[in-house]
Design a protein around this ligand. Structure first.
Ligand code: FES
Length: 163
């Protein structure tokens, strides 16, 4: 072999990339009036929290259809957070009460389709609770890291894979 040349094996070794470290992806569905403002406060106050959450803003937690949560899991999110105004603070009077009832049922339903209920969490976070928002995201990230990657809903990961 000529000096300065490399074999195919050596080239493959050099180009072999280190696998990217796994980190959970979380979908945060936040009510516009309280929790989104809380997340905004966390950001503007420069409170540190894991960058794992992607946020969708909805007018009210009562607007969250449980199918949104299932769709997020189907699309590959490892965890879903729904955050809304505290009881009595909902800008649409009873939206968060409806959300609580629906989402409690959803939590009970999740194991029947192969989703650990720990992958879903709903909580009240007000506009002044930036610190709490950061804590909720950090806690959820820690919990999902312990659970590991999500293996998919029930019969398959998503409709494409089921064919
Ligand atoms: S407006 Fe925030 S939960 Fe209804």
């Amino acid at each position: 072999m000529l000096k300065g040349t490399t074999t195919i094996e050596q080239t493959e070794e050099q180009t072999e990339q280190k696998p990217k470290e796994w980190t959970p992806r979380i979908l945060g569905i936040l009510c516009n009036w309280c929790s989104y403002a809380g997340a905004d406060l966390a950001g503007s106050s420069r409170i540190q929290y894991p960058p794992n959450v992607r946020v969708i803003r909805v007018p009210c937690s009562g607007r969250v259809n449980p199918q949104y949560v299932l769709k997020a899991f189907q699309k590959g999110f490892e965890g879903v957070l729904v955050l809304g105004c505290h009881p009595g603070d909902c800008h649409y009077a009873k939206g968060n009460y409806y959300a609580r009832r629906r989402l409690m049922l959803l939590t009970k339903f999740l194991p029947s389709i192969g989703i650990e209920p720990e992958r879903f969490h709903f909580q009240w976070v007000s506009a002044s609770e930036g610190v709490l928002f950061a804590e909720v995201v950090a806690e959820m990230t820690k919990r999902l890291e312990a659970l590991g990657p999500f293996s998919g809903i029930g019969l398959g990961k998503n409709a494409d894979e089921r064919g």
